[in-house]
Design a protein around this ligand. Structure first.
Ligand code: ATP
Length: 366
């Protein structure tokens, strides 16, 4: 079936001298989707966004917006609105003049400009600050004015590069909800760049995880969280993060763990998966999320024994830190589970939630 995509990247590569900022990016974003680019600093998120906006020219590949090849189209003709980390509002103009600036540049009529500015001001609830200059606005208001200025041209595509990073933590959550609400109301195809995995999980229809200029995985937040394609993605999502333990297949139905040679019984399904891809004693990595481990206070062959080192009570749940030699495993429990420090417990992973990665390729064994 042919899907009408709003943005399509085909094999796009962008270099800065010897640095390959974005490598062979293939991506299709549907009309109305809210997509988040997620990854560590320097992985190519901003460069990809700037290529879509027409602020950078890729050396290779194609960029389509609404099925039109836009590689040679200047930014102004691409029908994109963008907000970057630093809003770059004009300091000598008040909020109204800043927001109306792109419409004035497009030579729209005064009555049209007034109507459209008031519409976005209402949407963002900033009607009362329109006469104020940036130096008199709070961080949250500055961010809203920058959003309004980008929205007022009713772009087909809305590009947001870490728009909340300058806000205090307490406003970030509120502002994030507002951005999602605006998206639902106006329905513009949106790309949002962040290195904050919690923000990405909360706001995205789909997350594009990137590393070292390459797209790693494109999937819905829940799916990426539970089915990361490789160790990098598994590691990047979740807090506390996934536990990783070196292991290899031992005997018919056990894993030998890199925890002082401890043995963990596993079900046939996992054994079959491993054997289908890897022979013999290949070095593997077991991944298990802290919430997918139960604690047992007596011996359990489907678990491994560890010593309780720290119990962190964080309100709705506890983080139990376990140790075996130099290895630490974190377990999330309900608030009533309070083992004693120094006590030996068995960490019992949910067999359906165990992920196995190949240490050589770093990829998940399917
Ligand atoms: P951040 O979150 O820190 O902005 P990012 O994921 O957005 O990171 P990019 O800013 O796209 O990453 O940078 C990708 C790579 O390209 C980095 O190695 C960066 O140093 C390099 N780079 C980006 N812009 C330029 C430039 N104008 N000149 C030279 N190198 C650049």
């Amino acid at each position: 079936m042919y899907i009408m995509s709003m943005i399509r990247l085909v094999n796009m590569t962008k270099r800065f001298g010897k640095t390959v900022a974005v490598k062979n990016a293939d991506l299709e974003i549907e009309k109305g989707e809210f997509v988040v680019f997620l990854g560590p600093s320097g992985c190519g998120k901003t460069t990809t966004l700037r290529c879509i906006a027409g602020l950078e020219n890729p050396e290779e590949g194609e960029i389509y917006i609404d099925n039109e090849l836009v590689n040679d189209l200047p930014t102004l003709e691409r029908d994109v609105g963008f907000v970057f980390q630093h809003y770059a509002l004009f300091p000598h103009m008040n909020a109204y003049q800043n927001i109306s600036f792109p419409l004035r540049a497009m030579k729209h009529k005064k009555s049209y400009i007034e109507r459209e500015v008031m519409k976005v001001a209402e949407l963002l609830r900033i009607e009362k600050i329109l006469q104020l200059k940036p130096s008199h606005l709070s961080g949250g208001d500055l961010q809203s004015v920058a959003l309004a200025r980008a929205l007022v041209i009713k772009p087909k595509v809305f590009l947001l590069d870490e728009p909340l990073s300058t806000l205090d933590a307490e406003f970030r959550e509120e502002a994030r909800t507002m951005i999602k609400k605006i998206h639902i109301e106006i329905g513009a195809t949106t790309i949002y760049v962040t290195h904050d995995q919690m923000e990405a999980m909360a706001i995205a229809d789909r997350i594009v995880t990137m590393n070292l200029g390459e797209i790693q995985q494109i999937d819905a937040p829940e799916y990426v969280y539970h089915n990361p394609v490789n160790i990098f993605v598994a590691n990047f999502l979740g807090s506390p993060g996934m536990n990783f333990i070196d292991c290899s297949l031992e005997g018919d139905n056990t894993l030998k763990l890199g925890l002082d040679g401890k043995i963990l019984q596993i079900n046939e399904k996992i054994v079959k998966k491993i054997k289908a891809v890897r022979e013999g004693k290949a070095l593997l990595m077991m991944g298990i999320r802290p919430e997918d481990i139960k604690l047992s206070f007596k011996k359990d062959v489907y678990g491994f024994d560890m010593e309780v080192t720290i119990v962190e009570e964080i309100g709705p749940e506890n983080i139990i830190n376990l140790r075996s030699g130099d290895h630490v495993v974190k377990v999330l429990t309900d608030p009533d589970t309070l083992p004693e420090t120094g006590e030996t417990v068995w960490a019992v992973p949910d067999q359906d939630k165990i992920r196995i990665f190949d240490q050589q390729t770093q990829k998940e064994i399917l």
